[in-house]
Structures are given as structure tokens and as C-alpha cells.
Write a protein that binds this ligand. Structure first.
Ligand code: NAD
Length: 340
């Protein structure tokens, strides 16, 4: 049988990406929904043929413990709400996928890990690009030092935010601004290309172009990761500027680059030797099928909760570096990697 997935939060990502992807998956299917909107509930029930008994709101959610149709709970809520719903899903004895960023504080991330550990269920973060073939190739080229050790990386990912999802500029719900939302892809990309944790980070906030919109969070930020061997990664993100969406790595014998790098499709890559002719895939279907395979065959996921904690620790260090203007040590960050 296919594993039953319940989506928690039926916003843009669930509607536009995850629900369609669940029609392409081999090992899982959309079995349930959790929503605060009765109108959305009836529309999704009709459209996806979901029985009443598999429809929950945020109050009745805990009753999912009694529902054998639901194997996996997928939390797709504003960032600051991830912790509460992952903990409640753990208490209901479900396997869990949590969207990025895992949490808005390391304290929340640790609480989520403890709850999932206690439940003894599989836990992964919605890091779709770990299942995307261009990014797998970047990991391979970088980690296997195809161009010599990676010495320099550059990444950017940002867009002009139009306030369609106001939680993204709310400190309480977003936890931060574009760094947590879009910059996390640059951070992740540099980590899995280099295959190491940086030893330190420096950072600088971009000017607040629209002080009313960016009252609570940064409009943009640039940062540099410094690695033990002297390699560096220069990253930028923004809610005030449409950026290229780029991940580039250079060694003494050549380079590799993805641009556009971080979207749901249309990714393109090239190296100093020529274009990478790699097919795009349905990233979310690949990600969810991999997780279902981990559940069905008791395998570890490439993107575990501990990796989510690692990234939240690094994001906090980047903010601290920007706030203080100082270089911040990242030596104590959890060393978890997706090794090729
Ligand atoms: P969204 O605003 O479109 O959806 C969020 C949903 O949460 C909405 O349906 C909203 O009604 C619901 N919600 C429940 N309680 C809420 C509350 N108190 N305040 C506000 N909304 C509440 O956002 P989205 O773009 O779908 O993002 C949701 C999550 O998915 C975020 O964590 C985001 O980082 C992540 N995401 C991941 C990717 C990816 O590529 N992996 C892409 C987009 C979003």
C-alpha cells in the first residue's frame, strides 16, 4: 500500500507544489488535510477525494493518533508554528516531514528532535534539492574534489516580496526575513558542495529599502562562511531584489555553477568543461518518495531533523554576526552531512 500523507496548512506551497507532487509519487498519496478553513476543507475534499474522517482542523488535529490512514504528517505552516505541530504529530505517533526552516530557534529545534526521538518515528526536513539531480551533481563534484578542493563559493537567492504572505515579514511568525526563507538555500548549497561545516561566519544587513514593510525583519543580508582550509562562501539573499538564483563553486582546476539554481524546475548547470546535461525532475515527488522509502524500509533519511538543527544554528550565527559586526565561531554546530 502507498503511505498516507496528511498536509498541515493548505497555503501556497501545499496547494501549488505538494498536492500536485503527491499525484506523481509512487510510495505515498494525499490521504488527509489539516486546515483552519472550512471552505478549503470542502474544496480539497472534493478535489482530492478525501473522506471526512481524514479532515482535521488545528484543534482536532491530535485525534490523528487514532487514524491508521495517516502514516506521515507533513507540516507546511509559517516557520514559527513548525515546532508545535511537529511535537503534536510526534505525540500522535506519526512519521513527520517538516518544511524549512525547521524552526525559528535552536531551542524549538531541540524540542522537536526530542519529541520525535521519544516517538521513535522517522523525521525529515523538506529539503527538496537534496533529491534534485543538478544538486546531487554539485555535491559529487564538490565533495569528491573534481576541480581540486573547493576554494571559493558564491550563492544568491532572493526575490521582490509583495506581501502576499504577511507572516514572512513578521518576526513572531517568520522568525526572521529572507535569510530563513530564501538564504537557507544558499547556506545549504555551500555546505553540501563543500561537505564541511564552516568554522566561522561574518555578515552584514542590506539597507532597509522599505522601512514600513521591513519593520520587524531584514530586507536583505549578505554573509561569508569561512572553512578550516581557508575556503570561503559568499552568499546573499533579499526580499527587495530579484536575484539570479545561483550556486557556484571554484577549485584550482575548474568550476561548476547552477543558474537558475534553487527553483522548482528549469534548473541549469555548467562547469569549466561544458554544460551539464541533466534532466529536471519533480523535486517534491522525489523528496516525498525517498522519505516513504525510508519509512517502508527503515532507512535513514539524507535530510534528518539533526540537519535542520544544524542549519538553524548556522542561521542564528549569521544573524549574530550581522547584529554585532563581529566574526562568529560556528565550530560547535552539529556536524551532519548528506555525503555523496
Ligand atoms: P502560506 O502563507 O501560503 O501558507 C501557510 C498556511 O498556514 C496558510 O494556509 C495559512 O492559512 C496557514 N496558517 C495556519 N495558522 C496560521 C497562522 N497563525 N498565521 C498564518 N498562517 C497560518 O505559506 P507557504 O508559502 O505555503 O509556506 C509555508 C511553509 O512552507 C513555510 O515554512 C515555508 O518556508 C515553506 N515553504 C517551503 C518551500 C520549499 O520549496 N521547500 C516553498 C515554499 C514554502
Amino acid at each position: 500500500r502507498k503511505l498516507g500523507v496528511a498536509l498541515v496548512g493548505l497555503g501556497k506551497y501545499s496547494t501549488g507544489q505538494l498536492a500536485p507532487a503527491l499525484q506523481e509519487t509512487k510510495f505515498c498519496r494525499l490521504a488527509g488535510i489539516v486546515t483552519g478553513s472550512p471552505a478549503k476543507a470542502s474544496q480539497w475534499k472534493r478535489q482530492h477525494n478525501i473522506p471526512d474522517k481524514n479532515v482535521y482542523d488545528y484543534k482536532t488535529f491530535d485525534r490523528i493518533i487514532d487514524n491508521p490512514d495517516i502514516d506521515i504528517v507533513y507540516v507546511v505552516l509559517p516557520n514559527a508554528l513548525h515546532a508545535e505541530y511537529v511535537v503534536r504529530a510526534a505525540q500522535a505517533g506519526k512519521h513527520v516531514i517538516c518544511e524549512k526552516p525547521m524552526a525559528t530557534t535552536t531551542a524549538d529545534a531541540r524540542r522537536m528532535l526530542a519529541a520525535m526521538k521519544k516517538a521513535g518515528k522517522k523525521f525529515s526536513i523538506g529539503y527538496r534539492l537534496h533529491f534534485e539531480p543538478h544538486h546531487r551533481e554539485m555535491m559529487r563534484l564538490g565533495q569528491q574534489q573534481a576541480f581540486g578542493p573547493v576554494q571559493r563559493m558564491v550563492a544568491d537567492n532572493g526575490f521582490r516580496f509583495n506581501n502576499d504572505t504577511p507572516w514572512r515579514v513578521s518576526k513572531a511568525l517568520g522568525g526572521g526575513g529572507p535569510l530563513l526563507d530564501m538564504g537557507i538555500y544558499c547556506l545549504q548549497g555551500c555546505l553540501y558542495t563543500k561537505g564541511q561545516i564552516p568554522v566561522s561566519v561574518t555578515a552584514k544587513f542590506a539597507p532597509k529599502t522599505d522601512p514600513a514593510l521591513f519593520k520587524e525583519v531584514e530586507a536583505g543580508i549578505s554573509w561569508q562562511l569561512q572553512f578550516a582550509d581557508g575556503a570561503t562562501a559568499d552568499c546573499r539573499t533579499s526580499y527587495a531584489e530579484n536575484m539570479t538564483s545561483r550556486l557556484r563553486a571554484e577549485g584550482s582546476k575548474g568550476w561548476a555553477e547552477l543558474a537558475p539554481a534553487f527553483g522548482y524546475g528549469g534548473l541549469q548547470g555548467r562547469t569549466s568543461q561544458g554544460p551539464l546535461n541533466i534532466q529536471n525532475v519533480n523535486q517534491q515527488a522525489a523528496q516525498m518518495d525517498d522519505f516513504a522509502d525510508c519509512v517502508l524500509n527503515n532507512k535513514p533519511t539524507r535530510v534528518p531533523g539533526e540537519m535542520g538543527l544544524r542549519d538553524v544554528q548556522l542561521l542564528e550565527a549569521i544573524y549574530r554576526a550581522a547584529e554585532t559586526g563581529q566574526k562568529v565561531s560556528t565550530k560547535d554546530v552539529v556536524a551532519v552531512f548528506d555525503k555523496v
